[in-house]
Write a protein that binds this ligand. Structure first.
Ligand code: SAH
Ligand code: SF4
Ligand code: F3S
Length: 452
């Protein structure tokens, strides 16, 4: 057996690509290991969404350089979005890298490896996008199936928001056929998976070219016996159709959680971001979703310090965050990306002002999250047990339908196991999690009489 170490940066799509690479390597005798020192092959699966992500990759690559100096037979690969962005140029900066593969080329990994292992071989660099006409079809393979699995259903994005590198490094949008995804989910369920998260950069337009749709996928997945929960990410608010909202009314397995990135609370900034919705339209979508599912929780992404953002624009962002009451806010400092149109814009706001805005938004959203979680105390929530808590292995942990981690009292954890769906009476809350005891008949009756 040989060892492969994969370091993953970026989004869940990259995480799912890393799993795929490990699965492709397993038949060649490569076993995933925890440390680069134990590996014959090291892969860095990179992200390019903000400059910081790229810097992290360079730091890791330079550490590996030292490892390679000591063990010249070590094979090093750079995959993912920075590979796509930099192509051959990676080899100028990091000449000790043997394999460079873009996100659409990872299926070639076994072949690339064979090439670079030949005596006197050259580096293998491939960063070609799939040809437009090809339907993307593949199988999700899990090496160690848990209760929850990510299933990539799309690649790429057609939107070109003015700040975003994704369409440049992941290419145009392509969807897998529904039947292919459904076959995948059935196989996962047969391996013990209870929850799937469907992944796409702009999942609302899933199936667009083939005349298929996301809601159709949800109805089909909902019928699969043994599958308990359905999640998905990410949704562009401008593509959020009524049919999808209706799913929250009709499909109980669809979780009460919606990540709906708004990016800014200012219509003026949204326009320059090329987001094609207004704050009023966003509000309307949120309230339609709340009507469809009373206990739905929202999370969002904001970009702070976009070129031209004034204090007035930023105050509108704060006001929106307060109004919607997000369970979780991911706030990012704007980072200019190569080849995007926003990177050309004049940006006069000093970095110190941007940082201060970021911390005001983070402070507000932490307060909101704490308040929302505190309001959970006394409620009964269903959680899907994922395993022992990392901090305290005597307690089991799962997530609520609203996607909040929840720990179960050690007394009650005995007798429970991974994959169990249980009702928990919430007794305590914090910024990032909840904890409680198994709900008894008595506690259920009590909560019911209080809400009456
Ligand atoms: N496809 C998803 C977003 C993927 S990127 C969507 O459309 O919602 C995840 C988040 O990173 C984005 O929502 C945005 O908030 C942030 N982001 C993207 N480009 C960025 C940049 N240049 N600078 C700062 N944040 C950025
Ligand atoms: Fe980027 Fe916009 Fe596409 Fe999301 S919708 S991946 S932010 S271009
Ligand atoms: Fe990063 Fe590429 Fe995902 S840029 S966020 S890894 S699509």
């Amino acid at each position: 057996m040989k060892g492969v170490f994969v370091q993953t940066f970026g989004c869940q799509m990259n995480a799912s690509d890393s799993d795929r690479m490990k699965a492709l390597l397993a038949p060649l005798g490569y076993l995933a290991v925890e440390r680069p020192e134990d590996a014959e092959l090291v892969l860095i699966n990179t992200c390019s969404i903000r400059e910081k992500a790229e810097q992290k990759m360079n730091a890791v690559a330079n550490d590996l350089k030292r490892l390679k100096e000591r063990r010249p037979e070590l094979v090093l690969g750079v995959t993912g979005c920075v590979a796509q962005q930099e192509k051959e140029a990676i080899r100028r900066e990091l000449p000790f890298v043997d394999i460079v593969l873009g996100p659409d080329n990872i299926d070639e990994l076994p072949w690339a490896l064979e090439q670079v292992l030949r005596p006197n071989s050259e580096a293998y660099v491939k960063t070609e996008f799939d040809r437009e006409a090809r339907v993307w079809s593949t199988r999700t393979e899990l090496l160690n199936p848990g209760v929850s699995a990510f299933v990539s259903v799309m690649k790429g994005c057609d939107h070109f928001c003015s700040y975003c590198i994704v369409p440049h490094v992941r290419g145009r949008e392509k969807s897998r056929p529904i039947q292919d995804v459904i076959n995948d989910v059935k196989l996962l369920v047969a391996q013990g998976v209870k929850e799937v998260t469907f992944l796409g950069q702009n999942i609302n337009t899933f199936g667009k070219r083939a005349g298929e749709s996301l809601h159709e996928l949800f109805y089909r997945a909902h019928d699969i016996e043994g599958l308990e929960r359905i999640r998905f990410t990410t949704s562009h608010p401008g593509d959020l159709k009524d049919e999808l909202i209706r799913c929250f009314q009709e499909l109980p397995k669809l979780c009460s959680y919606f990540h709906l990135p708004v990016q800014s609370g200012s219509d003026r900034i949204l326009k320059t971001m090329r987001r094609f919705y207004s704050i009023d339209q966003y509000r309307e979508r949120v309230s339609a979703l709340r009507q469809a599912r009373r206990d739905i929780a929202f999370s969002t992404d904001f970009i702070v310090g976009f070129p031209g953002e004034t204090e007035e624009d930023f105050l509108q962002t704060l006001a929106l965050a307060k109004e919607i009451r997000y369970d979780n806010v991911y706030a990012f400092l704007y980072s200019p990306r190569p080849g995007t149109s926003a990177a050309e814009r004049e940006d006069l706001t000093p970095a110190s002002v941007k940082l201060e805005r970021l911390s005001r938004l983070q402070k507000l959203s932490h307060q909101e999250s704490c308040a929302l979680h505190a309001a959970e105390v006394g409620q009964i929530r269903e959680i899907l047990i994922e395993g022992p808590s990392k901090k305290d292995p005597s307690r089991l942990t799962g997530r609520t339908s609203q996607n909040v981690p929840c720990h179960v009292d050690p007394e009650d954890s005995r007798g429970l196991g991974r994959g169990d769906l249980v009702e928990v009476l919430i007794l305590d809350s914090a910024l990032t999690h909840l904890s409680g005891r198994l709900a008894t008949q008595a506690s259920k009756a009590e909560v019911q009489s209080e809400t009456r």
